[in-house]
Design a binder for this molecule. Structure first.
Ligand code: IPE
Ligand code: IPE
Ligand code: MG
Length: 255
């Protein structure tokens, strides 16, 4: 049989509880509008949902939680909403970092930081530094992140570090330069707010992730909603290209 081309997408051990959950926290503005409040109040309330989701993930034994907080396209929003969001990031990082540290959580931020102001960049660095040696759940916040940016940035960084690869390279060569290269790829993707699209979130890393969409708006998302998403995940058969029969046969690793 011909050998498969080298791929970083080795078939992972599939556990009952997803090791890595990626979330598009969408629907904040609509949640606020439904309550006749300004959109930004939805963002504020969304922080509570994140807090609850982190706690629930920790209790359930999820190892990595990655959340989309601000996309590279969200700069297109009205200036006052963007500046509210930036202020909220700083506040959350300053207030929550200490709490996360006490809860043994590792906080990481992915995305292009060069467009953020110094105060926010500093708050990000401080929070990461404070929690770097923890050993519990890894919470990664994607801010000014785009899946295409991630791949382009990785290619550029790889070629800078290893110019000889301009002649040709494999997924294994690129992998270490991508965001979240030290985490397993997400097992479960959740998008709240009813839209069924990826919106330039982790395009590379979601290749074989199970997708779950819910109409629940992010500020209304809670532990019970998370458990529903995980229950849905537990009914999926993750084949990674194999047949169902192969998946049922534990001796067949499909390699
Ligand atoms: C998601 O909620 C949060 C961010 C994009 C920052 P939205 O603000 O997109 O809320 P809707 O989709 O308009 O309801
Ligand atoms: C995606 O939500 C980004 C975040 C949740 C941060 P959007 O609400 O910006 O997505 P689109 O533009 O409707 O696809
Ligand atoms: Mg939205």
């Amino acid at each position: 049989m011909t050998k498969l081309p080298s791929s970083t997408r080795t078939i992972p051990e599939v556990s009952k509880v997803p090791r890595h959950i990626a979330v598009i926290m969408d629907g904040n503005g609509r949640w606020a509008k439904q309550r006749f409040m300004p959109r930004v109040m939805g963002h504020k309330r969304g922080v509570e949902s994140l807090r609850e989701t982190v706690k629930a993930c920790r209790d359930l034994g999820v190892e990595f939680l990655t959340v989309f907080a601000f996309s590279s396209e969200n700069w297109r929003r009205p200036a006052d909403e963007v500046s509210f969001l930036m202020g909220l990031f700083i506040k959350v990082l300053e207030i929550e970092a200490g709490k996360m540290h006490r809860n043994n959580i590792i906080l990481k931020i992915i995305g292009n930081r060069s467009q953020f102001d110094d105060k926010l960049r500093l708050a990000m660095e401080e929070a990461e530094r404070l929690t770097a040696n923890n050993t519990g759940l890894t919470l990664t916040i994607a801010a000014n992140y785009g899946g295409r940016w991630d791949v382009m940035h990785a290619v550029q960084a790889m070629l800078q570090a290893r110019p000889e690869l301009a002649q040709g390279f494999s997924e294994d060569d690129l992998q270490p330069f991508l965001s979240m290269s030290d985490a397993p790829e997400p097992d479960l993707f959740i998008r709240t707010g009813g839209e069924q699209r990826i919106s330039n979130f982790m395009l590379w890393q979601l290749a074989y992730t199970e997708l779950y969409f819910t109409d629940t708006l992010w500020p209304a998302f809670d532990r019970a909603e998370l458990e529903k998403a995980i229950a849905s995940y537990q009914h999926r058969e993750r084949r990674f290209g194999r047949t169902s029969e192969q998946v049922q046969d534990p001796s067949d690793k499909g390699e």
